[in-house]
Write a new protein. Structure first.
Length: 406
């Protein structure tokens, strides 16, 4: 009993510290979200062996289920992004809210904010996940305040809605029409939207026939399952020892991938952009810029023992041009106070690949690094002639996304 009370007291201390930290970081801005974070016992929704320090770390996600290959398919999201998404959704007492991707904890936060007059529906495609979430919500006093259902959100939630807000807690490649159809006029939709393998959690507001972004956050999520799943295409670049560098493409796969065979055996060269950044300053929007404006863009992973894995100062973003492959790298600059962006490259067409990456680094420096982008989502049946001039569009299955950095 003493140990249990000690743990409960320590959890309460950490809960208060977490709320203070998130408020100081600007992830919490309203009293309603702060009160929810302070009230809900976060540790009770974690696996039983989770250390309290992990449960209450602002940037810690905790995996709750893996597939047969060991890949995470369900998790408790990091506290900072849960708080941020609750703020993005602009929740108020009495609202009817849908959560896509069940875990229990986030639904409890939503229930606290919408109050006893509100309604919370949480859905997941996996019965194991919904059973766990429903059990934890019941055990912790939220069983009558949250309805947990098994459903594939790609097809909407039968017999439910309309919803004042929808919060999606899994990575979504597109927005399904049945789900969008259950959002009220002027309602909010918050989801981690995957755009050419780069994810941003976007707060959208419904405006007549389309969605317009109101907020933006950097975060990663486990990908959506079911009919909304969109797996990457992966290509292997083997080195002389049989180890691989993996190139993952969301879409727009170059036709000449076979020209990259044995490319890692060629001499590596490098090219530098003249664009610098100080240590500690985020350049996440450079990755987003690549995803939108760098044809042949890909994500990279390197096996241990490869030249890339042993190298410091590179990031998992690359580009393919015919028989050339380049990846984002940095070198010391600003008299040791920062770094310069550049590209390291392989292959006979490596110079073209590097030049394409350098061009976009410099374009981002001129037009993107000091401005937060704005997004729109335009369903297939909306009036695309109303997409503002000067924006760029990315096609999806059910519509297009627009982006503007101006």
């Amino acid at each position: 009993m003493a140990n249990t009370r000690f743990d409960a007291d320590r959890a309460a201390e950490l809960r208060a510290e977490l709320a203070d930290e998130l408020r100081a970081q600007g992830k919490i801005v309203t009293r309603a979200v702060e009160d929810a974070i302070r009230r809900v016992p976060r540790e009770r929704f974690m696996p039983s062996d989770t250390d309290l320090a992990v449960a209450y770390g602002s940037d810690n996600s905790v995996i709750t289920k893996r597939d047969e290959h060991g890949v995470a398919i369900s998790s408790v999201s990091a506290a900072y992004i849960q708080a941020r998404m609750l703020e993005q959704a602009e929740l108020r007492p009495g609202m009817t809210v849908l959560e896509v991707g069940s875990g229990g904890l986030n639904a409890a936060y939503i229930a606290e904010i919408v109050g006893p007059e509100g309604r919370v529906v949480s859905v997941d495609i996996d019965p194991d996940v919904t059973d766990r979430a429903a059990g934890l919500l019941e055990k912790n006093g939220y069983g009558t305040r949250v309805l947990v259902l098994v459903a594939d959100a790609e097809h909407g939630v039968p017999d439910e809605g309309p919803f004042d807000a929808i919060i999606v807690t899994v990575g979504a490649w597109d927005i399904a029409p049945p789900l969008l159809g259950q959002l009220r006029d002027n309602g909010t939709l918050v989801l981690p939207l995957i755009m050419n393998a780069v994810t941003r959690t976007i707060g959208f507001r419904r405006e007549v026939d389309h969605l317009a972004s109101t907020s933006l956050e950097v975060a990663g999520f486990v990908p959506m399952q079911g009919d909304g799943r969109h797996p990457d295409r992966v290509f292997l670049l083997p080195d002389s020892e049989g180890r691989n560098v993996r190139l993952s493409f969301d879409s727009g796969i170059p036709e000449e991938m076979s020209q990259l065979d044995a490319i890692l055996a060629t001499e590596r060269t490098e090219r530098w952009s003249g664009v610098t950044i100080k240590h500690g300053v985020s350049f996440a929007d450079l990755h987003l810029w690549f995803a939108w404006f760098l044809p042949g863009f890909c994500r990279i992973a390197a096996d241990e023992g490869t030249e890339l894995a042993a190298e410091r100062g590179w990031f998992p973003f690359g580009v393919v041009r015919r028989a050339g492959f380049a990846y984002l790298a940095v070198r010391p600059a600003l008299e040791g106070e920062g770094v310069e962006f550049g590209a390291r490259t392989y292959g006979p067409d490596g110079e073209q690949a590097a030049a394409a990456m350098i061009e976009q680094i410099q374009a981002w420096d001129r037009g993107g690094r000091h401005t937060e982008p704005k997004f729109g989502y335009w369903p297939a049946d909306s009036d695309h002639s109303r997409i503002p001039a000067g924006t760029s569009v990315m096609p999806k299955t059910h519509g297009v996304i627009s982006i503007s950095w101006s």
